[in-house]
Design a binder for this molecule. Structure first.
Ligand code: SF4
Length: 217
């Protein structure tokens, strides 16, 4: 596997972006520029770090061995790196039948070109569509009402059907802190002000608020 993926960050375990405990990968680079995007730091296609897809597959293997339920790929726009991501996902597919892959894309399915579609077809769950700040939703794991959650495999249907229309009282938000005073959070807020409020609250508690950072285990 010789391809590289440009990543913004990675984290394990992620508990707020899909079923169970997951490895989360945030792909770097997005030209879609949705107003109100909470991940603007992932827009620059030259940002982040280049990571060998084979090394990433080793990370997934370690997550599987640690009991992870799945992999969530977000961004940035993951399908702008469809070839390298496809290589990684073909390897992931061979690891475990009970490990699901959830992919966020800002594209609608009908906008995908052939290569992007081939990569999208390797995942169990696709969440599609731009973030539209003026179309809020309370549906879990989606940022706006236009975004669709497509269940593509029997594993996806088994795990996610009950969540298709599920509206929790508050969206799942995972907050992580470190002993040296840093904090970061993961999740899909359902209100445009939530990011600012979370950042402000963590700062008021004395933390330096960061994005989930890239780190190898
Ligand atoms: S597609 Fe996602 S990462 Fe890209 S601008 Fe829209 S919300 Fe942000």
């Amino acid at each position: 596997m010789s391809e590289t993926l440009r990543l913004a960050r990675a984290h394990f375990p992620v508990t707020a972006l899909g079923y169970g405990r997951r490895l989360g990968l945030w792909v770097q680079g997005c030209p879609l520029a949705c107003p109100g995007c909470i991940a603007k730091d992932t827009w620059d296609p030259a940002g982040g770090v280049e990571v060998d897809a084979g090394d990433l597959l080793d990370d997934v293997r370690r997550a599987v061995a640690a009991g992870a339920d799945g992999l969530t790929v977000s961004g940035g726009e993951p399908l702008l790196q469809a070839a390298a991501l496809g290589s990684l996902l073909r390897g992931v597919r061979e690891l475990s039948e009970s490990f699901d892959v959830l992919l966020y894309t800002g594209f609608d399915f009908t906008e995908l070109d052939r290569a992007q579609r081939a990569t999208a077809e390797l995942v169990d769950v696709l969440i599609t569509g731009r973030y539209v700040a003026t179309a809020p939703t309370k549906r879990i794991w989606r940022g706006s009402a236009n975004q669709e959650m497509l269940l593509r495999t029997p594993l996806a249907q088994e795990r996610y059907t009950e969540f298709l229309e599920y509206e929790p009282e508050a969206p799942p938000i995972q907050i992580e802190t470190s002993a040296d005073g840093r904090a970061w959070w993961v999740g899909v807020p359902n209100h445009p002000n939530t990011k600012r409020e979370l950042d402000r609250t963590l700062a008021a508690l004395g933390y330096t608020v960061e994005s989930v950072s890239w780190r190898r285990r």
